[in-house]
Design a protein around this ligand. Structure first.
Ligand code: HEC
Length: 421
C-alpha cells in the first residue's frame, strides 16, 4: 500500500472530504441544502501512532556507528530518527551484509523502519537499510544512459525494467563529481565517459541546495555482479569473526536454543550439526561458552539452533551472538574466493598489472620484480598482504578496501604457512 493510501485509511475525515470532492457522496437531486456539518480537524499526522513497519526513501543525515543512532530526511521532508539493531539487515550493491560504516552521509537509501517498542527516543528501529543499487537490483530495474553533458558535468539516464527492456520512469539528470566512482567492466574508470545505451546501477547523494542529485557508486552489469559477490564474502568473514545476532529462546542446563538472523543465506547454509560454536553476549570473541551444535532448523531467513552448552542466567529474549569456534584458515574456503573476486580482473594470465599474476598459486607466491607475493609465515614481507592492508603502495584492490575481518583471515593464513588446502 502506498504511504498516501495508508494515511487516508487512518484519516476518515480526509477520506470523506476527498470522496465528497470527487462527487462520491453526491445523491441525485438531494434534499434542501443544509450547511455542511463542521468536520473535525484531523490531528497532525506526525503525532498519530505508527502501527506497522514503514518503508521510506530518505537521505541519510547521520549514522553513529558506535551507538547505531541515525537520522534521515524522508523524500517528503520528514525527519526520521532511528537506531540500528544487531539484526538490522544492511544491503549494499544488491546483497545483505554491509557494515554500518559503508553508509555515507547525504546518500539516498531505502529504510524499513519499525516503531520503537519502548516509545522512547529514537522513535524508530531500523529493520533494514538498503542503498539505491540494492533497491534497483531487487526490483529488477536499472538505469540506461541517454546522454552526457560534459560541459556541465551532468548526464541523463532513464529507468528501465530489465527483463522487459522497457522504460518505466521519467528521465533523471544527475551530476558527477568528486564523489562519483565509476566502475565499468569491473574496473575503476577515472575519466567519466559512458556510452549511450549502457545499463547502469547507481547510488546517488544529495548536496544541500543543489538542483541535481550527484552520482556516487555507478556500476555496469558485470561490475555489479562482482560487487555483489564481494559483498557476500565480506558478510561471511564478518559473521564468522563476530557471530550472527540472535535471541535466546531457552537455556535449560546444558542446552541453549537460539533464534538467529544471520543476514546471509550462504553463512546459514554452512552451519552444521556437530560443529563447535560459541554463544556470546557481545561480538567480542571469548565472551561465552562453547559447545557442539545439536540441531539447525531453518525458518525462512531465520535459524533456530540448539547448542550443547551452559549459558547461565540468561533470560529468554536476551541478545546473543553465535559464532563458529575459531578454526584454521583454509585457502580454498577463505582465501581463494577473496582473491578471485577482488584481484583476478587485473592480475591474471594475459593481463598482469604491475607484472603480478595471481593465476596460479605459484605465481601468487612468487610475486613480481618488486618482491615476493607471499612469504609463508611472514605476512609482513608478503606484498599480497601489504598492498591489501595499505601498508605498502599501491593500495589494492583499487576500487574497494577489504574489510578488517578479511585482512585478518589473510594475515592468519600467511602467518600459519600459506598452505594451499
Ligand atoms: C582494477 C584493476 C586491479 C585490481 C582489481 C587489483 N589490482 Fe593490483 N594492481 C593494479 C595495477 C594497475 C597495478 C600497478 C600499479 C602501480 O604499479 O602503481 C597493481 C599493482 C599491484 C601490486 C604491486 C605489484 C608490483 O610489483 O608493483 C600488488 C601486490 C597488487 N597489485 C595486488 C593486488 C591484489 C592482492 C588485488 C586484489 C585484492 C589487486 N591487486 C587487485 C590493478 C589492480
Amino acid at each position: 500500500m502506498s504511504l498516501a493510501a495508508r494515511l487516508f485509511r487512518w484519516t476518515p475525515a480526509c477520506l470523506i472530504l476527498s470522496l465528497a470532492a470527487f462527487g462520491g457522496l453526491h445523491t441525485p437531486q438531494a434534499a434542501p441544502r443544509r450547511p455542511p456539518a463542521p468536520l473535525a480537524r484531523p490531528a497532525p499526522l506526525a503525532r498519530r501512532p505508527a502501527l506497522e513497519p514503514r518503508r521510506v526513501t530518505a537521505v541519510l543525515d547521520a549514522l553513529d556507528t558506535a551507538t547505531g543512532a541515525g537520522g534521515a530526511t524522508g523524500e517528503d521532508g520528514r525527519p526520521y530518527a532511528f537506531r540500528l539493531q544487531p539484526s538490522t539487515s544492511l544491503w549494499r550493491f544488491g546483497a545483505p551484509g554491509a557494515m554500518p560504516e559503508e553508509f555515507l552521509k547525504g546518500e539516498r537509501m531505502q529504510l524499513k523502519l519499525q516503531p520503537a517498542a519502548d516509545k522512547g527516543q529514537p522513535a524508530w528501529t531500523a529493520v533494514e537499510i538498503a542503498d539505491e543499487i540494492s533497491e534497483l537490483a531487487r526490483a529488477g530495474r536499472c538505469y540506461r544512459m541517454v546522454s552526457q553533458d560534459r560541459d556541465n558535468y551532468r548526464f541523463t539516464v532513464e529507468l528501465l525494467d530489465v527483463a522487459a527492456n522497457q522504460v518505466v520512469g521519467a528521465p533523471l539528470t544527475v551530476e558527477y563529481g568528486r564523489e562519483t566512482s565509476l566502475i565499468l567492466r569491473e574496473e575503476p574508470i577515472y575519466v567519466f565517459r559512458i556510452a549511450p545505451g549502457t545499463r547502469l546501477w547507481m547510488n546517488t547523494g544529495s548536496r544541500s541546495g543543489a538542483e541535481f542529485r550527484t552520482a556516487r557508486a555507478t556500476l555496469d552489469e558485470v561490475s555489479l555482479a562482482r560487487f555483489r559477490r564481494q559483498q557476500t564474502l565480506r558478510a561471511l568473514a564478518r559473521l564468522d569473526a563476530r557471530g550472527a545476532p540472535g535471541r535466546v529462546l531457552a537455556s535449560p542446563k546444558g542446552r541453549v536454543r537460539v533464534d538467529l538472523t544471520p543476514d546471509c543465506p550462504e553463512w546459514a547454509e554452512r552451519l552444521e550439526v556437530g560443529q563447535e560454536a560459541q554463544v556470546r553476549r557481545s561480538t567480542q570473541a571469548g565472551t561465552g561458552p562453547t559447545g557442539r551444535i545439536r540441531s539447525v532448523k531453518r525458518l525462512g531467513s531465520a535459524l533456530e539452533v540448539v547448542l550443547e552448552a551452559d549459558l547461565p542466567s540468561t533470560a529468554p529474549g536476551g541478545a546473543v551472538w553465535l559464532a563458529p569456534a575459531p578454526r584454521a584458515v583454509s585457502y580454498r574456503r577463505d582465501i581463494q574466493p577473496l582473491l578471485e573476486v577482488n584481484c583476478l580482473t587485473c592480475h591474471r594470465e594475459g593481463r598482469a598489472d604491475g607484472g603480478y599474476s595471481l593465476s596460479t598459486p605459484e605465481r601468487m607466491r612468487s610475486g613480481s620484480r618488486r618482491g615476493p607475493g607471499v612469504v609463508p609465515g611472514r605476512s609482513d614481507q608478503s606484498m599480497l598482504y601489504l598492498t591489501m592492508s595499505g601498508d605498502r603502495n599501491p593500495h589494492m584492490p583499487p576500487d574497494r578496501d577489504a574489510t578488517p575481518e578479511q585482512l585478518s583471515l589473510l594475515k592468519a593464513w600467511i602467518d600459519a604457512g600459506a598452505a594451499l588446502e
